[in-house]
Ligand binder design. Structure first.
Ligand code: PFF
Length: 460
C-alpha cells in the first residue's frame, strides 16, 4: 500500500487505480451514448470503426496521458508547464479544462435524467406503458422546464459530496464496489433482451456490417466517441495518472481499462438492440433510446420493477464516477496552481457547471427553437443548444488527443517515456518502437484526416 508521492493524495492499491480509471471511462458514454449513436449510424459497421479507433488511437493516447501525469505528478495544465517549460504546450491543458467544463454541463443533465428514472421505477410507472407512451413520457420529461434542472442539481450535489472526500476516500471507495455490480445487472438485462421474441434482428444489426451506411460523419462520431468513452483528450487520465504509484505498470492498466470499457459498451448494445427490434422501436430514436427501450424490457421481466430501480440507480452511479473524474480535472488545477482549498474549488466549479447545464437543458424544451450552426460534413447544420454542446465535445476531445499524442511522441523524450513505461527498469524494445510510431504518425494523422474531412466534407 504505497502512495504515489510524499504528500500527494493517491490511489492506495492496484485495484483502486483500475477501478477509478474504469469508473471514469465507464459511464453514460457506454450505456446511453454508445447505443444511440450506434442506432443513428447504422449498427455493425459503425461499431467496427469504433473498435479500430479504440485500439489504434484510444489505447495509445490513454497510455500517453498516464505517462504525462505520472511523470509530472501534476494536474493537466501544470503537467505541461513542468515538462515543457517556456512553451505553449500548457494550452493543451487549457483546452482540456475548457472541454471538461463543457462536457460536465451536458453530462450532468443526462445523469439527472437517470435519477428521474430511478424515481419512475420506484413508483412502478412503466408497468402499463406502451412503447409510444414511453416515448411520449420521455419527451415530455426532458422538455419540462424545471424537472430536468432539479435532477441535474441533485446529481451535481452528489458529485460535489464525493469530490469533497478526495481521491482515496471519495473516488476509489465507491468505484470499487459498484462498477462490478453494474456489469452483473447489464448481463442479466442482455440475457432477457436477447431471449425476447424477434430479438435476432437486433443481434444482426449489431454484428453484421453494412458498409454502405458508413460515411465520414459516422467515422468522426466513432472517433469522437472513442475519446469520450475512454475519458481521453482533456486531461482526465493525466490527472488520474498523477495519482498512480511509481511501481504500477501503466501499459497493462491502460489495456485493462480500455478492454473493460469496450466490453461494457458491447454488453449495453446487447441489452438494448434486441429489445429495440423486438418492440419495433426506431434504432435512430436519438438520446431517448435507452430511456424508451429498457422500460419495455423491464415490463417483460420477472421482478421488473426491482431491476429497473437497480439499473437506473447503478447507471446514475456510473455517471457519478465519471462526473467526479471530469470535475477533478478542474479542481486539481485550481488546487495546485492557485492554492484554493479543495472545497472552494469544487463548489465554485460545480455551481458554474450546474448553471450552464440548466441553460443547455432548455434546448430540449422551451428553447428548442433556438438553433446554432455547426459545420459538419461540409455543410452548416443547425442544432439546439444541447445537441450543439454534445457535438462540440466530439470534436474537442480528438483535438486534445492529437496534441497529447504529439507531445509524448515528439517532445517528452525517449528516456522519460521509457522510464514511465518500464518503471525505471527494462522493457521489450519492440513495444516501445511500435508505440512511438503510433504516437508520432499514425494517431495524429488519423485524427487530423478524419477531423478535416468531416468538417469540410471531403468524403461526405
Ligand atoms: N467516459 C465517460 C463516459 O463514457 O460516460 C465520460 C467522460 C468522462 C468523458 C471523463 C470525458 C472525460 F474526461
Amino acid at each position: 500500500m504505497t502512495l504515489s508521492s510524499s504528500s500527494r493524495d493517491g490511489f492506495s492499491s492496484r485495484l483502486g487505480i483500475i477501478a477509478a480509471a474504469a469508473g471514469s471511462a465507464i459511464g453514460l458514454g457506454n450505456i446511453w451514448k454508445f447505443p444511440y449513436i450506434t442506432g443513428e449510424y447504422g449498427g455493425a459497421a459503425f461499431i467496427l470503426v469504433y473498435l479500430i479507433c479504440i485500439a489504434l488511437i484510444g489505447l495509445p493516447i490513454m497510455l500517453s496521458e498516464f505517462i504525462i501525469g505520472r511523470k509530472a505528478q501534476k494536474n493537466a495544465i501544470g503537467a505541461f508547464k513542468d515538462e515543457a517549460p517556456g512553451t505553449q504546450w500548457a494550452l493543451t491543458g487549457v483546452l482540456g479544462l475548457t472541454t471538461a467544463f463543457i462536457i460536465l454541463s451536458f453530462y450532468s443533465v443526462v445523469a439527472g435524467w437517470t435519477l428521474h428514472y430511478v424515481g419512475l421505477s420506484v413508483t412502478g410507472s412503466f408497468k402499463t406503458a406502451a412503447t409510444a407512451d414511453l416515448g411520449g413520457q420521455f419527451g415530455a420529461f426532458i422538455a419540462n422546464p424545471w424537472l430536468p434542472i432539479f435532477w441535474q442539481a441533485v446529481f451535481m450535489a452528489l458529485t460535489v459530496a464525493v469530490v469533497f472526500g478526495g481521491v482515496k476516500n471519495g473516488i476509489e471507495r465507491y468505484s470499487k464496489i459498484l462498477m462490478p455490480l453494474l456489469l452483473v445487472i447489464l448481463v442479466i438485462l442482455a440475457v432477457r433482451s436477447m431471449t425476447l421474441e424477434g430479438a435476432s434482428e437486433g443481434i444482426r444489426f449489431l454484428f453484421q456490417p453494412d458498409f454502405s451506411k458508413l460515411n465520414i460523419d459516422a467515422v468522426l462520431a466513432a472517433m469522437g466517441h472513442a475519446f469520450f468513452s475512454l475519458s481521453l483528450g482533456m486531461g482526465t487520465m493525466i490527472t488520474y495518472g498523477s495519482y498512480i504509484g511509481k511501481q504500477e505498470n501503466l501499459g497493462s492498466t491502460a489495456l485493462q481499462v480500455s478492454v473493460a470499457d469496450t466490453v461494457i459498451a458491447l454488453i449495453a448494445g446487447l441489452a438494448i438492440f434486441p429489445a429495440v427490434f423486438a418492440f419495433s422501436i426506431e434504432p435512430s430514436s436519438g438520446p431517448g433510446l435507452v430511456f424508451i427501450t429498457l422500460p419495455n424490457v423491464f415490463s417483460q421481466m420477472a421482478f421488473g420493477s426491482f431491476f429497473a430501480v437497480l439499473f437506473f440507480a447503478l447507471l446514475a452511479v456510473a455517471a457519478l464516477t465519471s462526473a467526479i473524474s471530469i470535475l477533478e480535472v478542474v479542481v486539481a488545477y485550481l488546487d495546485e496552481e492557485f492554492g484554493w482549498s479543495r472545497k472552494k474549488s469544487t463548489l465554485i466549479v460545480a455551481i458554474s457547471i450546474t448553471i450552464v447545464g440548466a441553460i443547455l437543458s432548455q434546448g430540449n424544451g422551451a428553447w428548442g427553437g433556438l438553433k446554432l450552426p455547426f459545420l459538419l460534413g461540409g455543410e452548416w447544420k443547425s442544432m439546439n443548444i444541447f445537441d450543439w454542446f454534445v457535438t462540440l465535445s466530439d470534436q474537442l476531445l480528438p483535438i486534445g488527443g492529437f496534441f497529447i499524442a504529439i507531445f509524448v511522441g515528439w517532445k517528452l523524450g525517449d528516456k522519460a517515456v521509457l522510464d514511465e513505461l518500464s518503471n525505471g527498469g527494462r522493457l521489450k524494445i519492440g513495444y516501445f518502437k511500435v508505440l512511438k510510431v503510433v504516437l508520432r504518425f499514425i494517431a495524429p494523422l488519423a485524427i487530423a484526416f478524419v477531423f478535416l474531412s468531416s468538417i469540410f466534407g471531403f468524403f461526405a
